[in-house]
Design a protein around this ligand. Sequence first.
Ligand SMILES: C[S@@+](CC[C@H](N)C(=O)[O-])C[C@H]1O[C@@H](n2cnc3c(N)ncnc32)[C@H](O)[C@@H]1O
Length: 263
Amino acid sequence: VSKPFHAGDRVLFIDHKERRYLVTLEEKGEFHSHAGFVAHANVIGHAEGTTVESTKGAKYVVMRPTLEDFVLEMPRGAQVIYPKDLAPIAMLADIGPGHLVFESGIGSGAMSMTMLRAGARIVGYELREDFASRAKKNVASFLGEEATERFEVHVRDSYAGIELPGQGRFDRAVLDLPEPWQVVPHLASVMQAGGVMVAYTPSITQAVKVREALLGNRGEWVAMRTLEVLHRTWHIEGESVRPDHRMVAHTGFLTTARLLTAR
Ligand SMILES: C[S@@+](CC[C@H](N)C(=O)[O-])C[C@H]1O[C@@H](n2cnc3c(N)ncnc32)[C@H](O)[C@@H]1O
């Protein structure tokens, strides 16, 4: 059973057009929109799914955000990987409880949050200090302090090399940065045999370069695949049942491989 809302909770106000607004509840806070405002006090103490009305009569359903909601609404520095790709990456990389994951870059932390929620421990390399701290704030805000203890971020250039972590070799590696082929050659020195890597690249020429890097030391990597995830939503209303006219035709390519022999 979900707990009643209290001050400090992050909630979504959802209007009749399904527009969403991420809000942190405060005892004396107000949520303002074109339709007047709603005092947070009208939400605090109520159960999830409560409906509130603004001073100008607009109705909002209030719910806690899911991870998908949060990733789409959270404060961002860098471009995030969208939920459509986050879940398949977590599956392809076989992210699970206790896995030690090397992640680079960290950006706004959308991928990190997905893996932390699946129970992973992350050592991340991120070039920009401001992005690293934004990501840590996002993780703490949605997943809580416990998750931040499994999230170690270094302001470092992963093209220059990867240090063996204190916790032992990495089980998994997830790359989302402009030139992942510059990171691939370092992975065999810090990952376990049998480890899985996934690189997300917006362009197919980047994916090709990743594949070439994986082939670089012949026989080191196996089970290479490159794929993309197409996501087509449907319009379902009475007799009108058909694909929506618009779809996001492209986000990125996912390239995965397994390490055969560690160096
Ligand atoms: C597209 S963003 C990552 C977004 C992240 N996957 C997410 O879902 O929120 C790419 C990040 O890689 C970082 N980056 C670029 N080159 C890097 C490098 N050589 N080493 C470490 N990080 C790097 C950038 O600063 C940027 O934050």
